[in-house]
Write a protein that binds this ligand. Structure first.
Ligand code: FE2
Ligand code: FE2
Length: 476
């Protein structure tokens, strides 16, 4: 493993210094990235000191350094997980053959599209969260937001490195485009729908980290299985950072539940209005936010049955998360997958698809199971506090815009219902305008070290063994 040289303009463990052309190309892109960061990142906080971790290597032990930096001085680097000796292709038609160190010509455009789509989400999320810092519920949370922002910036670097190093001129052009599209831009929006919705309150931010960023985790997990080894190694290391983003989402929502339960206990009531008078988030309101973000994130996995998914699996481009440990049949040439689809007459019918064509659905199923873990934990908290309320994920047929269930009206349980009933019920299932106004009214910034906004409980512990009341961001 090569060491990381921090005196390099671009910290890296890919021996950039040995490839002058590539190094020059990336050094040419670097100031553009910094311009983008200054304009589209958390720009009002450019001069504040933030306690951040920076990736400095790929060792499981000690891969990150913690310290205080100003965000524009963050050292965004390029890191690939260590190669696995004699790694072979783990799935599809070429199962068992040596992995590729270059992109095979026949798969070039498919790889490029996947890498660009993944790469596009990274800066998109920074743009979506552009103004969120102004309404932070605590310095601890503000720091976590910035940590995620700088790491999504590094994930952009990870994808841009692959584009520059393996896709020649096309790759360099795509890297420029990654900085030219912007979240919510009318003329040049980000590629995926969910990444064009602004995130203006912290309840949405925590939902985004929990649901939408978790889609990212699953995409990275399946790309980490890819036969194109540099891509697999890049994604494997990105997952190390991603774990913290999942943590922020899960603990953020868990802390909101804890605070709500405290308020319910204090006032001896679960009446939403009474809870709101005390400035907390009533659980039905939280449920509506979960319904919204879960259903919008499900679409990111694509159609249930997809010939494109079959091709990327067969060719060894994109596997299933944890392909080696979770599955026995890695070829899937004659297995099938059963899915439930609308029958066109307001009912449901079972359909059988070749397994390879159903890979999006396999991925979505794994994602849904992962989403359920947090809900179980929060429901346990609610139960222990003595309340009879259960947070639930809606059916994966609910409010879909892509796939077999796109635009089919169903209730939260996934039962097909009439269009009129759907339109009538929807305001009770999703955040209403008054819900959003209420959440907005809670977004008052709290920046005294250790203090929390009234709608969220403090975290159980601080960052990197520091106390919760540490001054994680010095706003000076
Ligand atoms: Fe990311
Ligand atoms: Fe992330």
């Amino acid at each position: 493993m090569s060491n990381i040289d921090y005196s390099d303009k671009i910290p890296n463990n890919v021996n950039l210094a040995n490839d002058r052309t590539l190094q020059r190309a990336l050094e040419h892109w670097q100031p553009r990235f910094l311009d983008w960061w200054r304009e589209m990142g958390p720009n009002d906080f450019a001069s504040v000191d933030v306690y951040l971790r920076t990736a400095v290597g790929v060792d499981a032990q000690g891969w990150a350094h913690y310290g205080t930096v100003k965000m524009p001085d963050y050292r965004w680097g390029i890191f690939l997980a260590d190669p696995i000796a004699n790694r072979t292709i783990g799935f599809g038609d070429s199962f068992g053959q040596p992995v590729w160190q270059q992109v095979p010509g026949e798969f070039r455009s498919q790889f490029r599209r996947l890498i660009v789509t993944q790469g596009d989400t990274e800066p998109a999320s920074v743009e979506q969260q552009h103004r969120l810092g102004h309404t932070c519920p605590s310095l601890y949370d503000l720091r976590n937001l910035f940590q995620i922002n700088v790491e999504e910036g590094r994930h952009l670097w990870a994808m841009v490195y692959i584009l520059h190093a393996y896709f020649g001129r096309d790759g360099r052009e795509e890297a420029e485009e990654l900085l030219a599209r912007h979240s919510g831009d009318v003329d040049k929006p980000r590629i995926l729908g969910t990444f064009n919705e602004p995130i203006e309150d912290w309840l949405s931010f925590f939902c985004f980290c929990y649901f939408t960023d978790r889609d990212g985790k699953f995409q990275l997990k399946s790309l980490a299985e890819s036969s194109f080894d540099p891509l697999a190694r890049t994604c494997r290391f990105m997952l190390t950072e991603e774990a913290h983003h999942m943590f922020v989402g899960e603990t953020g929502l868990g802390r909101i539940v804890r605070r709500t339960l405290e308020v319910m206990k204090e006032i001896g009531s679960d009446d939403p209005e009474a809870i709101r008078r005390r400035g907390a988030v009533d659980l039905p309101l939280l449920q509506r936010y979960l319904n919204y973000w879960f259903s919008s994130s499900l679409d990111l996995f694509g159609s249930e049955v997809s010939s494109n998914a079959a091709t990327t699996f067969a060719s060894g481009i994109k596997g299933r998360p944890d392909e080696t440990t979770q599955y026995r049949d890695h070829v899937c040439s004659d297995s099938t997958f059963e899915i439930e689809v609308p029958d066109g007459r307001g009912g449901v019918v079972k359909d059988t698809s070749p397994m390879r064509n159903a890979m999006n659905e396999v991925l979505r199923d794994a994602y849904v199971r992962d989403c359920e873990i947090g809900l179980k934990r929060w429901n346990m908290q609610i139960k222990r506090a003595g309340y009879n309320f259960e947070l639930k994920l809606p059916s994966n047929r609910f409010r879909r815009a892509i796939g077999a269930w796109a635009n089919i009206p169903t209730d939260l349980e996934g039962r097909p219902i009439g269009r009129e009933e759907y339109d009538r019920s929807l305001p009770g299932w999703l955040p209403s305008a008054s819900d959003r106004d209420y959440v907005k009214s809670l977004m008052q910034r709290v920046v005294e070290p250790g203090k929390m906004a009234a709608w969220i409980a403090p975290p159980e512990r601080g960052v990197n063994n520091l106390p919760v009341d540490y001054e994680y961001v010095r706003l000076n």
